[in-house]
Design a protein around this ligand. Sequence first.
Ligand code: SF4
Ligand code: SF4
Length: 299
Amino acid sequence: AAGENDLPPEIWEKVKNHPCYSEEAHHHYARMHVAVAPACNIQCNYCNRKYDCANESRPGVVSERLTPEQAAKKVLAVASTIPQMTVLGIAGPGDPLANPEKTFKTFDLIAKTAPDIKLCLSTNGLTLPDHVDTIARYNVDHVTITVNMVDAEVGAKIYPWIFYKHKRYTGKEAAQILTDRQMQGLEMLTERGILSKINSVMIPGINDEHLKEVNKAVKGRGAFLHNIMPLISAAEHGTVFGLTGQRGPTAQELKRLQDSCEGEMNMMRHCRQCRADAVGLLGEDRSAEFTTEKIMEMD
Ligand code: SF4
Ligand code: SF4
């Protein structure tokens, strides 16, 4: 039988214990993020680098940055305190694949010390094709890609620049490279049987209508979930589109768009846009119990 959200059984089998993919599991299983990836290789107009990446996390939050060694230690400490901890994600505070040494070093340490923990990561996708084989090697079974457009015209309004192969690109050229790389990365993950979730940030007047096209494009390339998130707009978070403030969608607008994409693919509606150092059950944040200071004392 199909699982929750009517996922195909083989996918349900993989995600049923994953708090972020299963409505049911998120009451029983915990996840944690470790913030080991400070750098980023693109600029999103809605991002203020002082805060966490919106690939996966709630913007406007500053997570505690860790070295891979500190992160591994923290994972073990959390796993011994919260036995339901099944998933470790790397989601920032920048782009995990713009910091591949740190991200994969962390996975390496955890694969050795706590092999049962499932690994996942989120990325803007720019360098994803270069890392798919490494991702497969570490048994990462869930990757989240933030895809806000599949059309460079739209993309040029969202991304002022990217930094790719030692060169800065701007405008439509930048957006075209980004979308090509994202779609290529998604196809490569699908070929290798690695589950891909797509996050999209809904930006009224910029990509709201266009996200229906994004939905078709990512579904056609094998993504198993599409999570449309609202732009969280607040001046103090540095949300700037040009010189004027950009509003986020209303709850109604968000629901209308999600409804119009539903049927196209399973939509994820319970993502909480957790911080890059979140710990615990979804909707619960125990990160304060596991600060670096406390972890380093736990010897
Ligand atoms: Fe900011 Fe994340 Fe966009 Fe990079 S990918 S600019 S860290 S929101
Ligand atoms: Fe799960 Fe979303 Fe939180 Fe990531 S940000 S751990 S996908 S609920």
